[in-house]
Write a protein of this length. Structure first.
Lengths: 116, 114
């Protein structure tokens, strides 16, 4: 199967600091990766679409200067939450699409961010 | 824009019984995919079942099957012989054939009574 790994799974940081979350496709090349945010008992909200070698496309209402996304290779995308505030505390999930479009996306385990 | 509606926030089923989770969607496209994802307490999203819109036959994966009614834009999930491990949030999702974005419904919390 296709495996997507996120790291770290949990992170606690102080207000004003920046936090980087990594999303790796371990056994396939991911031309496109997606970043979602999820509040407790709520649905996944798409934040941005990340294509390898190009700038990410952000959804309406998502601050691109606050949530920096980089997709430097076919197996790695990173989400950096800059100058974190307590309201940025959330569960962040990435998903990846294989080169061959079977329609299916593969999800990482998610990362719990807590900003103090 | 496509929308996915899951109108029931919670459901409960007795172990070994059958439960059906409902989902409707709205689209003007003819080429699309539909999915049901399970999110257990671990928060890992797990694909339960997928359906290509061009296929008339309903998808089946072991105890999980769908009732895909394309004209009615309905895509319900039936779980047979429910098990305690089926307790989770379930999300219905839509993907256009033209791009890779998934549009999720609000989700439904399924509890399984022993």
């Amino acid at each position: 199967g296709a495996v997507v790994s996120q790291h770290p799974s949990r992170v606690i940081c102080k207000s004003g600091t920046s936090v980087k979350i990594e999303c790796r496709s371990l056994d396939f090349q991911a031309t496109t990766m997606f970043w979602y945010r999820q509040f407790p008992k709520k649905s996944l909200m798409l934040m941005a679409t990340s294509n390898e070698g190009s700038k990410a496309t952000y959804e309406q209402g998502v601050e691109k200067d606050k949530f920096l996304i980089n997709h430097a290779s076919l197996t790695l995308s990173t989400l950096t939450v800059t100058s974190a505030h307590p309201e940025d505390s959330s569960f962040y999930i990435c998903s990846a699409r294989r080169r061959t479009n079977t329609g299916e996306l593969f999800f990482g385990e998610g990362s719990r961010l807590t900003v103090l | 824009a496509q929308t996915v509606t899951q109108s029931q926030p919670e459901m409960s089923v007795q172990e070994a019984e059958t439960v059906t989770l409902s989902c409707t969607y709205d689209t003007s496209e003819s080429d699309y995919y539909l999915f049901w994802y399970k999110q257990p307490p671990s928060r890992q999203m797990i694909l339960v079942i997928r359906q290509e819109a061009y296929k008339q036959q309903n998808a089946t994966e072991n105890r999980f099957s769908v009732n895909f009614q394309k004209a009615a834009k309905s895509f319900s999930l039936k779980i047979s012989d429910s098990q305690l491990g089926d307790a989770a949030m379930y999300f219905c999702a839509y993907k256009s054939g033209a791009n890779s974005k998934l549009t999720f419904g609000k989700g439904i919390t399924l509890s399984v009574r022993p």
